[in-house]
Design a protein around this ligand. Structure first.
Ligand SMILES: [Zn+2]
Length: 269
């Protein structure tokens, strides 16, 4: 069997890497997956982001993930944090599968360990991003010490949403631009979407940016054994795009592609 040698995304030791399920195996990620990369999708102007038929893919029989962690980090993080992620994913799955009454706009989740949950999510972000980036160093330390508490809110903001979309998306660190009142503003972010949850990790957040999702950064302020009842708005997003923080419906994407084609034809590009 092929060995995967590299630097562990958490402890940074050079060693044989083990397969890390992202999200955990028990959270709707145990069936064979066919990941395709965003650049292959974007090569073809006529192909919509959800049309993956016929594209080359790496067959992942056991679900989606990466050879990113050493055996020890994989086992430790799985045993410390995996169960709380599973609990959240299963409760949200149950909620989304039932018809939601129009007057219901929030959800309460009892007996969850907020710190364990957020550390599982941050561990996933470490796995999909470039470990040499110094911005991930405090995050790695936070995950590797199960009792470490608190994230620097001037440097990191973690937001969560819910989704019924089946697309699994790993969007490594990229920069998003937005026209502000007076000038163009930018922010660095990374996104992971995996039914029924989605996460946005923003770097160096500032007040005027329009953040998507529910801010869960304060989960990091709980202790390892603290349990809480977490009440959140039912923030549900449709995910069809490979770009981070872009939540267009399929109809909106088709309309945009057609407008772009029309523009190109009229301008003879
Ligand atoms: Zn490791």
């Amino acid at each position: 069997m092929k060995k995967h040698i590299g630097k562990c995304a958490l402890c940074r030791n050079e060693c044989e890497l083990s397969f890390e399920h992202i999200p955990p195996h028990s959270s709707f990620n145990s069936t064979p997956a066919k990941p395709v990369s965003g650049d292959k999708l974007m090569l073809d102007d006529d192909r919509m982001p959800w049309e993956i038929e016929g594209l080359p893919y790496t067959n992942q029989q056991r679900g989606m993930g990466k050879y990113s962690l050493c055996e020890s980090c994989n086992n430790l993080t799985g045993s410390w944090y995996g169960d709380d992620y599973k609990l959240m994913a299963h409760i949200i799955n149950h909620t989304l599968r039932e018809p939601i009454e129009p007057d219901v706009n929030g959800i309460g989740i009892r007996e969850i360990h907020p710190l364990r949950f957020i550390k599982q999510v941050i561990s996933m972000f470490c796995s999909i991003n470039n470990g040499d980036d110094p911005r991930f160093e405090p995050l790695r330390k936070f995950v590797l010490d199960k009792d470490a508490v608190g994230l620097d809110k001037n440097k990191y903001k973690l937001c969560m949403y819910f989704t019924k979309s089946n697309m699994i998306k790993y969007a490594p660190l990229s920069v998003l631009l937005m026209m502000g009142e007076e000038k163009c503003e930018s922010i660095a972010l990374s996104e992971i979407t995996a039914y029924p949850l989605g996460f946005l990790l923003y770097f160096d957040p500032f007040p005027s940016w329009k953040y998507e999702g529910i801010d869960i950064t304060s989960f990091a302020d709980c202790k390892y054994d603290d349990t809480a009842t977490v009440e959140m708005p039912l923030c549900i997003k449709e995910v069809n795009d490979v770009f981070p923080a872009y939540y267009r419906t399929k109809e909106e994407i088709i309309e945009c592609v057609e407008n772009n084609k029309k523009w190109a034809e009229e301008n003879d590009t």
